[in-house]
Write a protein that binds this ligand. Sequence first.
Ligand code: HEC
Length: 281
Amino acid sequence: MAAIPKEKPSRTDEARAEFARYKADVKARGKPFYPYAMFHDTIMSVFVVVVIVSLAVIWKWTAFGPHHDPLHKGLLGGEVAQPADPGTTSFVPRPDWYFYFLFYLLRIFKWPESVFLGTIGIPTIALVLLIMLPFLDRRRVRRPSARPVAMVAAVLTIISMGVLTWKGATAKEALASEIKQDIPNWVKAEHLPPGALPGARLFASAGCTNCHTYNGAGGSQLGAPDLTAIGTRNLGVPTQIRHLQNPGSVTPGSPMPSFASLGPQRLRQLAVFLEASKGGK
Ligand code: HEC
C-alpha cells in the first residue's frame, strides 16, 4: 500500500503553527503585565510629567521677572504674546511649525483644480494604505533589509515632510506679490476689461485679500465675503466708493476698515474693478 504523499503545509497551517509556538513561548518565557510592564509605564509617565512641570517652572521664573513687563521674553517665551488686533490689515497668518508641511502643501496645490486632491485625496489614500498595511504585508520578517519597499516609503515620507517643513518655514510671505501674479488668471476667469486692471492691481496690493477671497486667492477674516462675483449684485460704482470710504455707512456695524485714505481716484479704480467682477458671467 502506497504511503499517502505528505502534503506541503498550507500558508494558513504555517501561520497557525507559528501562532501556537508564539503562545507557548509567551507562557514559558513571558513576563506578566503586572508588575513588569506597569513598572515601565509608571516610570515613563512620571518622567514625562516631571519634564512638563520643569518646563513650566523655567518658563514662569524667567518670563515673570521683577520687570513686570508682560511682553518680556523669558527662556521659553513671554508671559503673553502680543494682544490680538482684529482690525489689522497687514497680519499674515502663519501656522505653528509642525503644520508647515501642510501649509506648504496648500501652496503646491492650487485652488480650485487640485486642492481637493492635495488636502483630502492624497492624505486619505495614505491613511487607508497605512490601515491596510497589516493585511497587505503578512510576512513575519521584520529586518529592515528584508523590507525594501516599506523602508524606502518610510524614508521618502520623512524626507518629504522635512523638505516641506523647511520650505514652509522659509516661505516668503509674498502674499501681495503672489496675489499680483494671479491677476492674469483673474482677467481670464472674470473676463475683466482693460479698464479694470488698475483696480485689480490695487485690490491685490492694498490688503483687501487679507480678509477677502477672490478667485480662490486671499484669506477669510472677520467673515468678509468672497468678492469673486461681487459685480453681479450691480451695487454701482458710487455705492462701492461710499462703502470703501466708510463701510459702516453702507453696511451698518461693518468691521471692514475705511479705505478713504486711498483717495478718490484709486477708490474709483477699485470700484470699477469690483463692479467688473462678475465671476465670469
Ligand atoms: C479687515 C478686513 C477687511 C479688509 C482689509 C477689507 N475688507 Fe471688505 N469687507 C470686510 C467685511 C467684514 C465685510 C462685510 C461687511 C460689509 O459689507 O461691510 C466686507 C465687505 C466688503 C464689500 C461688500 C460686500 C457685499 O456683499 O456687500 C466689498 C465690495 C469689499 N468689502 C471690498 C473690499 C476692498 C476693495 C478692500 C480693499 C481695499 C477690502 N474690502 C478690504 C472686511 C474687510
